[in-house]
Design a protein around this ligand. Structure first.
Ligand code: UD1
Length: 337
């Protein structure tokens, strides 16, 4: 019996991936420091799947704690989610971001090397495309970053490429997520942001549940169909399946590969608000305000490579995303607390 190790397994994407893996009969270990997550998510994942996983509290900055996991369990591959991810916060606390994201990944790879585990799926982001000029965005588009969070993801992509060049035994799938939203259809697990949400969907659901007065729509003068920003929203359960497909792909990947995980379809901020209102029969008060600094007009994926190499495509619609996001929020007005 060998395990798939998920760093950050209790987080939003980690917990949905843990569920997908358990449902596919994989053995799962989660290693999470609970800085931005809660072990309650993993309790629910076990309830939902009817299977158990190994839940370890630990930090990727703690090499000894990591090594202990590899010492104790046979591990066949690692999916590395553990990271900090708030853009604004990364600008205020760059060293903390670089340390957690970059040093954390280096620590992990060193321990993996030491134990001869050289299969890795890495959580990257469409943020590495910066302000891409061409839509849809293909994996070969130029990379850039405009904030420490984005820089940290870009640096890690470079580090992993160098690691593979130095030792071709490494097999690495770098997954570039577009905008993950939604929740498991059960409504038992979902996104649980600390404090005021930065991202669109959790803000909308908090307005819907009465925690916030109204949504600010950041920018209505973009060169898009309705003037608001356009993004490639992807249902987190589709994203979770993408990780399962990537694990399979590690068996055959030649070295390191970079793969977009998106739907290929862009929706505007107003599209999301209107769909949310219609599907859930709820009014979402909003005001049009200035652009948020650092935002781009549009960002959506060319998902054809994922279809080709992972044999994976998304299945969920925008309606599924807004329905499941609300189902999670209304059943858990205070998240996991
Ligand atoms: C953001 C990050 C990105 C990160 C991703 C993770 C920025 C600039 N980018 O992407 O690096 O990988 O989250 O999920 O923060 N919006 C509103 N009102 C709100 C919130 C958002 O109008 O209260 C708009 C934004 O202007 C944007 C769209 O909704 O047009 C999506 O925003 P968001 O959910 O924050 O995602 P990104 O900015 O695309």
């Amino acid at each position: 019996m060998s395990y798939v190790l998920l760093t950050g397994g209790a987080g939003y994407i980690g917990s949905h991936t843990a569920l997908a893996l358990l449902n596919a009969n994989e053995q799962v270990i989660s290693f999470d420091n609970y800085h931005n997550s809660s072990s309650e998510s993993l309790k629910r994942v076990q309830q939902l799947s009817g299977r158990s996983l190994i839940d370890i509290q630990g930090d990727v900055l703690d090499s000894q704690a990591l090594a202990q996991v590899f010492e104790q369990y046979p591990i066949k591959a690692v999916i590395h989610f553990a990271a900090l991810k708030a853009v604004g916060e990364s600008t205020a606390k760059p060293l903390w971001y670089y340390e957690n994201n970059v040093t954390g990944t280096i620590n992990l790879c060193k321990v993996m090397s030491q134990y001869g585990v050289k299969k890795l799926v890495f959580s990257s982001s469409a943020t590495v495309y910066g302000a891409a000029e061409q839509m849809p965005i293909h994996e070969s588009a130029p990379r850039s970053a405009t904030n420490p969070y984005g820089q940290s993801k870009l640096m890690i992509e470079h580090i992993l490429a160098d690691l593979h060049s130095s030792d071709p035994d490494w097999k690495i799938a770098v997954l570039r997520y577009f905008n993950p939203v939604g929740a498991d259809a059960s409504g038992m697990i979902g996104e649980n942001p600390n404090g005021i949400p930065n991202n669109l969907m959790p803000f909308i659901t908090q307005v819907a549940v009465g925690k916030r007065d109204k949504l600010q729509v950041f920018g209505s003068d973009y060169p898009t169909a309705d003037g608001t920003g356009v993004r490639d929203f992807i249902h987190v359960s589709d994203l979770a399946r993408g990780h399962l497909a990537a694990l399979g792909y590690l068996q055959q990947v030649q070295g390191i590969d970079y793969i977009n995980l998106g739907t290929g379809q862009g929706y505007s901020v107003l599209d999301v608000i209107h769909s949310f209102s219609k599907v859930n029969q709820l009014d979402i008060p909003y005001v049009l305000t200035d652009r948020r600094p650092g935002d781009i007009a549009q960002c959506y994926a060319d998902p054809s490579k994922a279809a080709q190499v992972l044999k994976w495509t998304t299945e969920k619609t925008l309606e599924d995303m807004v329905r499941d996001s609300w189902n999670w929020q209304k059943n858990n007005p205070n998240g996991y607390n």
